[in-house]
Design a protein around this ligand. Structure first.
Ligand code: AMP
Length: 256
């Protein structure tokens, strides 16, 4: 696996590989089996697999959340290498956001509901960094997790609205044996908080808003809603022991 830290380097590494399909998996690192499922899908479907590892400051509202975000580059490099990734692009913040950076992508409507209502500016940061990564890597396909269902919707809209000739691939949520969706933030849960957090997948598994709300009573719930995505999902966000967790389950079939 080759590691690139600058835009020029990643373009130089990918240049000779442009003959075949290039898959890009955008990530923020702290890899777990959810990330690996995306790497493996890209590996199966593309000649070249590129992964970006960038803890994007512009999608974090709370500075503390950005600072606490788990980082372990050596471990991530080993996992990506083991999964057959060809190129890992891990730029510094100044590389993607040079001085006087001032062009932002706003996805109207989608950015301000559900997650967006609780994390103002989050999807602006996501859409902007993803458009930059797509322009830098120029992938054939991009790989995202259903775990972040609203992010998938934002990316789908971005690809359509900006006429980007990129195929969007969405992979199912990978869960631990107890049902909790894998997340880089789970490492910050104490054993007792983790036990409490299990109410989230259990509530969503009902597939019913009212029953899910009832099962989450007593917890610090931000929202439990049916979201009109493709596919429609029952989505929720809760806070447990200072850790914010999101999850969703598809309800009903695909709209496309
Ligand atoms: P992150 O590093 O958290 O930004 O996630 C990078 C990609 O991995 C995103 O497309 C996420 O939706 C996806 N992802 C995160 N957790 C999971 C999971 N448990 N199962 C499947 N995909 C996931």
């Amino acid at each position: 696996m080759q590691i690139a830290r600058t835009i020029a380097e990643v373009r130089r590494l990918l240049g000779p590989r442009r003959g075949g399909p290039i898959g890009l998996v955008p990530t923020m690192g702290a890899f777990h089996a959810g990330h690996v499922s995306l790497f493996e899908a890209a590996r199966r479907e593309c000649e070249t697999v590129a992964v970006s590892l960038f803890v994007n400051p512009t999608q974090f509202g709370e500075k503390a959340d950005l600072e606490r975000y788990p980082r372990d580059e050596a471990r991530d490099v080993a996992i990506a290498d083991g999964a057959g990734v060809d190129v890992l692009f891990t730029p510094r913040a100044e590389e993607l956001y040079p001085a006087c950076f001032g062009t932002w992508v706003e996805v109207d409507g989608l950015s301000t509901i559900l997650e967006g209502a609780f994390r103002p500016g989050h999807f602006r940061g996501v859409a902007t960094v993803c458009l930059k990564l797509f322009n830098i890597v120029m992938p054939t396909r991009v790989y995202f997790g259903q775990k972040d269902a609203q992010q998938v919707e934002v990316i789908r809209r971005l690809l359509r609205d900006f006429d980007l000739p990129i195929e969007l691939r969405v992979l199912p949520t990978v869960r631990d044996a107890d049902g909790l969706a894998l997340s880089s933030r789970n490492v910050r849960l104490s054993p007792a908080d983790r036990e409490r957090a299990l109410a989230l997948p259990r509530a969503l598994a009902t597939g019913d808003v009212a029953r899910a709300r009832a099962l989450l009573q007593g917890l610090d719930v931000e929202y439990v809603e049916l979201a009109p995505f493709d596919p429609p999902v029952l989505a929720a966000a809760i806070r447990v022991g200072g850790v914010r967790l999101i999850d969703n389950v598809p309800v009903g079939g695909s709209r496309t």
